[in-house]
Design a binder for this molecule. Structure first.
Ligand code: CAA
Length: 382
């Protein structure tokens, strides 16, 4: 067993860190304040290959592995968690189900512009009555000749409004429960597909979160992803991979907050010595570093399993819940170390603490991750 990163991973970290520090970090506070979606930075992510890291070159991707993907999201989220989730939702929740379940025509049509970042992707699963209970989808799809007709709405959709391509689930036969659900590729601009409420959020404020509305939205039958009735499994498998991205985002937030607290502790003096010379602060820093190290190992382990095409449900859920709880604990401690200054918007730890909270909620709450982990260990016996 080797714990060293390979040269490709080290290069990815350096490339993304330079981009993040030079171009993403400086405007992050302002974009958060203004709730401004980072369109220009997204275009640059495309130029750098960050929109299609894990997809093969034949579909316009970089052909890199999941560790590279996690490192990229971690490094971006270290300075701007909103941009981190923009990339993660695009790659994991839209391009990836098309890559995993699309037919060759769908992959040829949709993947190259997504992987190049020319188009942005989003995923429509959640509804007002189908949050943690993802099988409770009420949006309907009815087959009408060579078309499917969608009616209903989706809420809390990351990248909504700005995205060009959406993977959306809908119920085709309520009597069949989750086996009646299908997944569709929906293009922005399709008649009958509009946007509703824009959410005003506590954190990740420069990530766009919109309602999607479908009113007699007609899709060509060729936009069905997988088969009729396969939508729930497609969504579950998509989330298995997606949770790696959110775990990496949480890890990046924790790392960013830790570095801010470490730096401040060496600069700030009280009672005639720096905070870093006081045991009470040193122990906090030690605990933060310990949590981050453990989170990083578990996130990269989930990536390793994804690279090996091994089952990842349990490990991606473990990575997500552990990294999310680490991000919340570390950012809270970072604010504590910075004290009154940490509570103001003059320092980024305030934003990081707000951003951390969502990692315990989206792509499955921490409670749902434990449901997934428990189901897996009870089935496997370990
Ligand atoms: N892989 C493959 N198949 C899976 C699966 C997986 N990971 N998970 C479940 N399935 C299959 C089961 O094997 C079962 O199949 P059979 O009927 O053939 O045996 C079927 O799906 C139903 O499984 P369950 O009975 O376990 O399903 P459930 O209704 O009890 O739900 C759940 C399970 C884990 C709670 C699921 O509903 C879930 O993950 N909920 C959370 C939803 C979620 O994460 N939402 C996030 C929205 S997206 C988002 O947040 C995006 C964003 O903004 C960034």
């Amino acid at each position: 067993m080797k714990f060293d990163l390979e040269e490709d991973h080290v290069m990815m970290r350096k490339m993304v860190r330079d981009f993040a520090e030079e171009e993403c970090g400086p405007g992050a506070e302002e974009r958060d304040e203004q709730e401004e979606f980072p369109l220009e930075l997204w275009a640059k992510c495309g130029e750098l290959g960050l929109a299609g890291i894990t997809f093969p070159e034949e579909y316009g991707g970089v052909g890199a592995d999941y560790i590279s993907y996690a490192i990229a999201i971690e490094e971006i989220s270290r300075v701007d968690a909103s941009l981190g989730v923009t990339i993660s939702a695009h790659s994991s929740l839209c391009a990836n189900p098309i890559y995993l379940f699309g037919n060759e025509d769908q992959k040829q049509k949709y993947l190259p512009p997504l992987a190049a970042g020319e188009k942005l992707g989003a995923f429509g699963l959640t509804e007002s009555m189908a949050g943690s209970d993802a099988s409770g989808t009420r949006t309907t799809a009815v087959k009408d000749g060579e078309e499917y007709v969608l009616n209903g709405s989706k809420i809390f959709i990351t990248n909504g409004y700005y995205a060009d391509t959406y993977v959306v689930t809908a119920q085709m036969d309520k009597a069949k429960g989750n086996k009646g659900i299908a997944a569709f590729i929906v293009e922005k601009g399709t008649p009958g597909f509009t946007f509703g409420k824009k959410e005003k959020k506590m954190g990740i404020r420069s990530s766009a979160t919109y309602e999607l509305v479908f009113e007699n939205c007609r899709l060509p039958a060729s936009n069905l992803l997988g088969g009729e009735g396969q939508g729930f499994k497609i969504a579950m498998i998509t989330l298995d991979y997606g949770r790696i991205g959110i775990a990496a985002q949480a890890l990046g937030i924790a790392q960013g907050a830790f570095e801010q607290a470490l730096k401040y502790s060496k600069e700030r003096s009280q009672f005639g010595k720096t905070l870093s010379e006081m045991d009470v602060i040193r122990f906090k820093l030690a605990d933060m570093a310990l949590q981050i190290e453990a989170a990083r190992l578990i996130v990269y382990q989930a990536c390793y399993l994804a690279n090996e095409h091994r089952p990842i449900s349990k490990h991606s859920a473990m990575a997500k819940v552990f990294a999310a709880e680490t991000a919340n604990s570390v950012t809270t401690q970072a604010v504590q170390i910075l004290g009154g200054y940490g509570y103001t918007r003059d320092y980024p730890v305030e934003r990081m603490m707000r951003d951390a909270k969502i990692t315990e909620i989206y792509e499955g709450t921490s409670e749902i991750q434990r449901v997934v982990i428990a189901a897996s260990i009870l089935k496997e016996g370990n």
